[in-house]
Write a protein of this length. Structure first.
Length: 483
């Protein structure tokens, strides 16, 4: 992992002043509209990461005209203390339209978990389906090893490293043909069905290997290569689907994450659910995705009740009630796409039957909105903790079960200084690996990541403010809701 040994002293000095400006919501710090791509390319002999320096310039520019006193050097973590304030200000309800998309990774935030889902090291895992697999409880070590081999072939295929992909296939097949396969099947709720799924996976891997061999032996960029790659992707996806079935069968039957009794009035999700949404633009305008027009945008999302039973349960409940249907997107700024605010006067969902129910322990919103507590689950824990961020819990830098490291990761919006102020507003993160270096994602642990877009995430590139959610349906897992 790259680490910056030092930051120029004048930048640290300026950060101190800028931090005080940000804490008082100084308009100079908050309302800069300098586009990121217009920033100069700053170089420094001791800091080689040009992007980091450009982002520092973005934050520091408003304060550079101040006459700074002579200050002693301070540790780099002083810069990190500034980040949560900027990021939180960016994800509050109904942010000002001129607030810039904020960078999510200037200071080091080392993840402690070893699994790829932690986003630590130089290999950040950006695959939504892979992250969901790593979020499953009860999966054995042998299954994780098989998962790594199968998923590795997808990355190698994308980079046209055909030989490496075939090596991955060979490794996976060796596991499927030996005792490892028996151990994996024995750890599921139905070993007989798991053995059939593993056999199907082996057949898909053989088809993948055949396609990779063809791709190796034809001209680069030819029609034959493209056809072979398409077949290889289909085979790899088939193998991954079988992997999903096997790992999901390892989750203990009737597995339910423990939720404190004080949240008994809130809907909760046991396991996972699938939601599908359809968007349309005003006037029937098309969605333009890399030059191809689509009359509507469709996205499929998987919501995770294993790590966020209250947050995901609240979302699935609202979808099933039709709350988001015909609602417009209220923010799209290149950093997030956000919606969920029902009107100018109400910040979130108001339960029409709330008057007949006792007031929850966390209270209600200013207009009677149903509130959802901040819910964070750290890797290795058996249940989430509530009503505080990961730093407030004394565990800053540790890895959450589901990280914000995939394009279209779903997070729950809240007010900057109120942990329990979320109600119905949520966002899709437009993850950019250039702006969010591996292991430095400061969203993790400050907002709950409760699911991912698994199909149609590219549509987020052209979903704009004013676009309408014409359909929002729970297609799987509605029966997993409980109160």
């Amino acid at each position: 992992k790259k680490r910056h040994k030092s930051i120029p002293q004048h930048s640290i000095h300026t950060l101190i002043i800028l931090k005080s400006l940000a804490s008082s919501h100084n308009p100079i710090a908050a309302n800069s509209t300098t586009p990121l791509h217009f920033l100069p390319r700053i170089r420094h002999p001791r800091v080689k990461d040009r992007l980091t320096m450009r982002l520092l310039f973005l934050l520091l520019a408003p304060a550079l005209s101040y006459n700074l006193p002579s200050l002693p050097p301070i540790p780099q973590r002083a810069a990190n203390a500034l980040l949560p304030a900027f990021l939180s200000a960016s994800l509050v309800f109904s942010p000002p339209a001129n607030v810039i998309p904020l960078p999510t990774g200037l200071g080091p935030q080392p993840a402690l978990a070893k699994e790829l889902a932690s986003g630590s090291g130089s290999r950040v895992n950006k695959d939504a389906e892979s992250l969901l697999r790593y979020g499953l409880p009860g999966v054995t070590k042998e299954a994780r090893q098989l998962q790594a081999a199968v998923e590795g072939t997808k990355g190698d295929l994308a980079s046209k490293r055909f030989s490496a992909a075939r090596d991955g296939v060979k490794k996976a097949q060796s596991m499927l043909s030996g005792k490892t396969s028996d151990k994996i099947a024995a750890a599921t709720s139905d070993p007989s069905a798991a053995k059939k799924d593993l056999a199907s996976m082996s057949a898909s891997l053989q088809s993948l290997d055949d396609s990779l061999a063809t791709a190796q032996n034809v001209d680069r960029g030819s029609e034959q290569e493209r056809a072979a790659i398409d077949k290889a992707y289909a085979s790899q996806a088939s193998a991954a689907d079988m992997l999903n079935k096997v790992e999901e069968a390892m989750v203990p039957k009737n597995y339910k994450v423990e939720v404190p009794a004080e949240y008994g009035n809130l809907p909760k999700l046991q396991g996972r659910a699938v939601v599908e949404m359809t968007f349309k633009k005003e006037g029937g305008k098309p969605f333009d995705i890399e030059g191809t027009n689509f009359p509507e945008a469709k996205m499929k999302m998987v919501l995770d009740g294993y790590s966020s039973p209250v947050t995901a349960g609240n979302f699935v409940d609202l979808v099933s009630k039709g709350f988001y249907t015909n609602m417009k997107v209220q923010r799209s700024d290149g950093f997030v796409v956000q919606t969920g605010k029902p009107s100018d006067s109400v910040e979130g969902y108001v339960d029409p039957a709330a008057a007949d129910k006792p007031v929850p322990s966390i209270g209600r919103g200013k207009s009677g909105e149903r509130l959802v507590p901040l819910e964070i689950m750290v890797k290795g824990d058996k249940a989430p903790f509530y009503e505080e961020s990961i730093e407030d819990n004394g565990r800053g830098g540790q890895a959450t079960v589901l990280p914000f490291s995939s394009y279209g990761a779903m997070g729950w919006a809240r007010e900057e200084y109120e942990a329990n102020s979320g109600s119905s507003q949520f966002f899709w993160l437009l993850f950019d690996s250039d702006l969010t270096p591996a292991g430095k994602n400061v969203l993790d642990g400050r907002y709950p990541c409760f699911g991912y877009v698994v199909e149609g995430a590219d549509f987020l590139r052209d979903i704009k403010e004013g676009d309408e959610i014409v359909s929002a349906k729970v297609t799987k897992g509605k029966d997993q809701l409980y109160y």
